[in-house]
Write a protein that binds this ligand. Structure first.
Ligand code: ZN
Length: 53
């Protein structure tokens, strides 16, 4: 069973977003709330797809 947790708030959600938001170019999964908070004014933000449970 695949289970993903948000990189930032560490909670599990039925829908996760694959993004980069740091200069390290590592793909992470975040929830929608955290996605909105990190993408704002973030030059490192890159969207890589949506993951559904
Ligand atoms: Zn989150």
């Amino acid at each position: 069973m695949r289970e993903k947790h948000c990189e930032i708030c560490n909670n599990s959600f039925p829908t996760m977003f694959r993004i980069q938001y740091k200069p390290n170019k590592i793909w992470v999964f975040v929830c929608e709330t955290c996605l909105i908070s990190v993408k704002e004014n973030n030059p490192y933000y890159k969207y890589g797809g949506t993951w559904k449970k």
